[in-house]
Design a protein around this ligand. Structure first.
Ligand SMILES: [Zn+2]
Length: 405
């Protein structure tokens, strides 16, 4: 068997395409494959599918292909433009590459296989390409797969922001809580992000009025955006974020008290955790503090926070009476930060109690967010938010890519 035939089979080329010539350069570590078609061949129209169109002229093109062992491999062909009686002059589709790409589909599939777990910059170094070329490739396939995505069944979503660059730069994520996948990502964390989600949902066959439940934090921007754009959505305030609000209040009490109470040095993380999650060293320190009976404000604040968490363990009918009792206790605690947190929670009462019906939280989003942040750390950040958003969809969007395997 001639080497051209072997390569023709390996490339799965079908007539009229064939391998005309191969040049193998050991010193340059390079394999060049020249493809061609027989004179008089006819092609089908890329637009209307009409078969047997005659060739009008050709245009010389090249593509980077998968390496042949350690050798960089390129393919070359004169790509015909055909004359279609319906559509006029059109460039034909070649089976090994998509129009406008300088890579073969198999090379693209290889990059897409690596991209979720390896920074694009590292892949670019490995295959000796510019990373901007590879980013364009990744974005193309993510966009194409997202164009095809069907979100007509979405009913419960979680919304949260993730930090995109250092400083105050955010991307908002909308996650389908039933399917555990990101269905929308956009710059910013204001109410307009929800409006953009609504438009995108409609573009993907979804219905904003069919969204029954949304889990999010108590940020006024999200609440406003949800009310404006998802008219039938019940908001459930995410447990994790409510606890965070209380934790910040406990920490504020501790910081104020620490000034006059040296015993509280280095206790910050103790009061941010639940007792069962403390290390044995932290646990001993907490016990010591209790034994000293210093009547610490921090201890009372901590107790208020721990007490609040009990609400999620109660039967639904006991939740509201419990919250009312807790609210009374917190607002009479003479601990200003705790009072403030209690007022905030009171204002969002319905969304706290909605949990007993919806049972949703942003737990799935926390998982998705940690995947996103891990990718961001591996890549040492992304040059643009568009790159970050493409990566979010690639890693957490459960998209179907139309690529050869
Ligand atoms: Zn045509």
């Amino acid at each position: 068997m001639k080497e051209t035939e072997l390569i023709q089979i390996a490339l799965m080329l079908t007539p009229p395409w064939k391998v005309a010539e191969c040049q193998f350069d050991v010193n340059q570590k390079r394999l060049d494959i020249y493809l061609d078609f027989a004179k008089g061949s006819r092609f089908s129209c890329p637009d209307c599918g009409r078969a047997d169109c005659t060739v009008h002229d050709t245009d010389q093109k090249s593509w980077r292909h998968l390496n042949f062992f350690q050798h960089e491999t390129y393919m070359y062909a004169r790509v015909p433009r055909i004359k279609c009686s319906n559509c006029g002059v059109r460039v034909v589709n070649v089976p090994w590459a998509r129009e406008g790409s300088g890579f073969t589909l198999l090379f693209e599939a290889y990059i897409m296989l690596l991209a979720p777990s390896m920074p694009v910059k590292r892949i670019a170094e490995m295959v000796t390409e510019h990373d901007t070329r590879l980013w364009r490739l990744v974005q193309h396939h993510v966009n194409e797969a997202r164009d095809e995505a069907d979100y007509s069944d979405v009913k419960q979503v979680g919304i949260d922001e993730t930090s995109s660059k250092s400083g105050h730069n955010y991307v908002t994520l909308v996650v389908d809580l039933e399917e555990s996948k990101t269905i929308f990502a956009t710059e910013g964390k204001d109410n307009a992000t929800i409006g953009r989600f609504k438009d995108d949902l409609i573009d993907h066959g979804g219905n904003p009025e069919a969204i029954d439940d949304v889990s999010c934090d108590m940020s006024p921007a999200f609440i406003k955006g949800i009310k404006e754009n998802l008219p039938n959505a019940q908001i459930t305030f995410d447990k994790f974020h409510i606890i965070k609000t209380l934790n910040e209040a406990v920490d504020e009490v501790r910081r104020q008290e620490q000034k006059g109470q040296p015993e509280l040095k280095n206790t910050r993380y103790i009061f941010l955790k639940n007792p069962e999650n403390l290390t044995s060293k932290q646990s001993n320190l907490l016990e010591d503090l209790k034994l000293k009976d210093l009547n610490l404000k921090t201890m009372r604040a901590y107790q208020l926070r721990l007490n609040f968490q009990e609400v999620w363990l109660l039967p639904p009918d006991q939740a509201e009476p419990f919250l009312k009792k807790w609210y009374y206790w917190a607002t009479h605690s003479r601990l200003e930060p705790m009072k403030k947190a209690a007022y905030t929670i009171k204002e969002h009462w319905d969304g706290v109690l909605n949990w007993f019906k919806s049972k949703i939280s942003n737990g799935i989003l926390e998982g998705i967010n940690s995947l996103v942040q891990a990718a961001k750390a591996r890549a040492r950040g992304y040059r643009t938010n568009d790159y970050l958003i493409a990566m979010i969809y690639l890693i957490t969007g459960k998209l179907q890519f139309n690529l050869p395997s």
